[in-house]
Ligand binder design. Structure first.
Ligand code: 2AM
Length: 179
């Protein structure tokens, strides 16, 4: 099973994020229902490891927290944009959750990238170098303030690759502790 771990975004906010869609040549916008905040990408995991992993994730104890949006940005940089995203204000409990998830995943012998956790919600992936259009997307003033939202759980997802793109299905949800 191809897996990743993410925080789900409330439907109302996903709709508002969908409103940020602009026409950029060669862009693939993440379908609304698939918008999420990735904590960890696992890749292919066998059934035995999956059992170990769900056990390890269930031991994570982090209180629920609120997340506030910050501005838009892109990876790897403005001159070579490949991924367009909306960022989140720093939240220490989000960082704690991401590190505990990473430790649990590594403890199950699932390799993780060395890269520092950089909280973002991917909105689009770009196939063509279009720095000018991307600049316009990044520099425009936000139409409306995105509301903060409460995170009460995180989810292990299956990502099935199909000819129509990835299909994400929740496998198991893990509740955060009450504040
Ligand atoms: P991102 O969009 O937040 O950057 C599910 O595929 C999620 O896993 C993606 O949304 C992506 O997070 C993240 N991911 C990280 N590395 C990946 C990889 N090699 N292949 C696919 N997804 C990856």
């Amino acid at each position: 099973m191809r897996l990743f771990i993410a925080i789900e975004i409330p439907d109302e906010i996903k709709k508002q994020l969908g409103g940020m869609h602009t026409d950029i040549p060669g862009s693939r916008w993440v379908p609304l229902e698939q918008i999420h905040l990735t904590l960890s990408f696992l890749g292919e995991v066998d059934d035995t490891t999956l059992d170990l992993l769900t056990g390890a994730l269930a031991t994570i104890m982090v209180p629920g927290f609120n997340l506030c949006f910050s501005g838009t940005g892109c990876f790897p940089d403005r001159r070579h944009p490949k991924v367009l995203w909306v960022g989140l204000e720093p939240e220490p409990l989000l960082n704690s959750l991401a590190s505990l998830v990473r430790e649990a995943v590594l403890a199950c012998n699932i390799p993780q990238e060395e890269r520092h956790f950089s909280p973002h919600i991917t909105l689009a992936r770009l196939k063509l170098p279009t720095p000018r259009e991307v600049g316009a997307f990044l520099d425009r003033p936000p139409k409306q303030e995105l509301p903060q939202f409460r995170v009460r759980e995180f989810t292990l997802f299956q990502s099935l690759l199909t000819s129509q793109g990835a299909v994400h299905t929740p496998v198991k949800t893990f509740a955060l502790s009450p504040p």
